[in-house]
Design a protein around this ligand. Structure first.
Ligand code: SAH
Length: 374
């Protein structure tokens, strides 16, 4: 049967993405370069190009002998991601990219420029298996895990974009920007793709030539609360910022809002977060999508404040996210007075609490809106 048949008749085949330079750690790079019959120093040269200069096309690597560029390109730098759609808002300050992988899988990332930082929100999986009913990504299920290189390519693309962009409307002084922050808050549950995500994080925070050299505290890994994986992450001592998507302080409601709560209860997620804070000394960010008449009651604000104060003390910070609309959902954000009262009550318990902005809402690029619809 011809190879192309499944592509003609069915959904695109989901296959393992081809091996890419960014999948490899230091020793993997050395082995790959040796495998191509190249001298060992080429490994460092390639890493410098990729992580230091954001170049993923050997044909542009002028320090590489012209005769080997094609070979290196074919063996180590396949085109993993194609940007198939770009959409922007906030006068170009917020930009969503739809990516297509080699096997046809699609996912999104969002670049956000602020006065004091540039943040890229990246995906760790195509789709998500966590099935939170208020999140657009959760409705489509999981397609597959992204490879380490597919994760890092989103980062590299953002860094290139910030460095090179001279597009309309961007003042010259604002060009030549640097990528400062990375949040694993795009599609997917990062801790459900643990090994690949950790490998990506290592290379994000390692100084060049081994990585992009972004400060660990500026990298946020956000999770629904896979307690054992949170503990494991703490023990990796990477010292990235942890965000825990809590959304309810009580098991009864959280069982429905975050289905994985049926496996790891609020107390287990908070104990793991406490372990994270203890080991890293870092404040844990508690995400709370505020949903009108669902989780926004004053008594829940108080219960949230009390539980967090007990579990994390000064190391808790609550991020209230006004619910972003998603297709087919009847839920809404809470009215502003309800939101203010919620924040006030949490703070009254001695827990810091702020409201997150809703960047990208108009282009379905805000929290929970990524669905990768072409
Ligand atoms: N799976 C991880 C990473 C996704 S981060 C996690 O859940 O933490 C995306 C964040 O946006 C999570 O905190 C998620 O709960 C939140 N979110 C999902 N849907 C949302 C919506 N409709 N409005 C506001 N926030 C939402």
């Amino acid at each position: 049967m011809p190879d192309s048949l499944p592509l003609v008749f069915g959904a695109p085949r989901r296959s393992k993405p081809p091996r890419h330079f960014a999948d490899l750690d230091d020793s993997g790079r050395a082995a790959a370069v040796a495998g191509l019959g190249l001298p060992a120093f080429r490994a460092k040269q390639l890493a410098n190009q990729y992580y230091g200069r954001f170049t993923a096309d050997p044909r542009q690597m002028t320090d590489l002998p012209a005769a080997v560029r094609d070979q290196v390109s074919e063996a180590l730098f396949p085109d993993l991601l194609t940007a198939v759609r770009e959409i922007e808002t906030d006068a170009g300050e917020t930009r969503k990219l739809l990516w297509r992988a080699v096997d046809g899988t699609s996912f999104e990332s969002v670049l956000m420029r602020y006065a004091d930082r540039n943040t890229v929100c990246i995906s760790s999986q195509a789709g998500c298996g966590m099935a939170c009913p208020f999140c657009a990504t959760g409705q489509g299920g999981l397609q597959r895990n992204l490879s380490t290189a597919e994760i890092l390519e989103q980062v590299r693309a953002a860094a290139v974009e910030l460095r090179d962009r001279d597009g309309d409307g961007i003042a010259p002084a604002a060009r030549g920007g640097r990528l400062s922050n990375i949040v694993f808050m795009g599609m997917g549950e990062p801790l459900a793709n643990y090994n690949r995500v950790i490998a990506a994080v290592r290379r994000i925070i390692a100084p060049p030539p081994d990585g992009f050299g972004i400060s660990a505290r500026s990298v946020t890994v956000s999770t629904v609360g896979l307690a054992p994986a949170i503990r494991k992450l703490a023990d990796e001592r990477l010292n990235v910022t942890l965000a825990l998507s809590l959304h309810a302080p009580d098991d009864e409601l959280r069982d429905t809002l975050v289905p994985v709560n049926n496996r790891w209860k609020v107390s287990e997620a908070l104990d793991a977060a406490r372990h994270y804070a203890d080991v890293t000394g870092r404040r844990v960010s508690i995400e709370y999508a505020l949903i009108r008449d669902v989780n926004d009651q004053p008594w829940r604000a108080e219960l949230l404040g009390k539980r967090l104060h007990g579990a994390l003390g000064p190391l808790a910070h609550v991020n209230v996210i006004p619910l972003n609309p998603t297709p087919g959902s009847e839920w809404d954000a809470s009215p502003k007075p309800t939101e203010r009262e919620f924040v006030r009550r949490v703070r009254e318990c001695g827990v810091s609490c702020t409201v997150r902005d809703t960047r990208g809402r108009e282009i379905a690029a805000a929290c929970g809106q990524l669905a990768a619809e072409g």
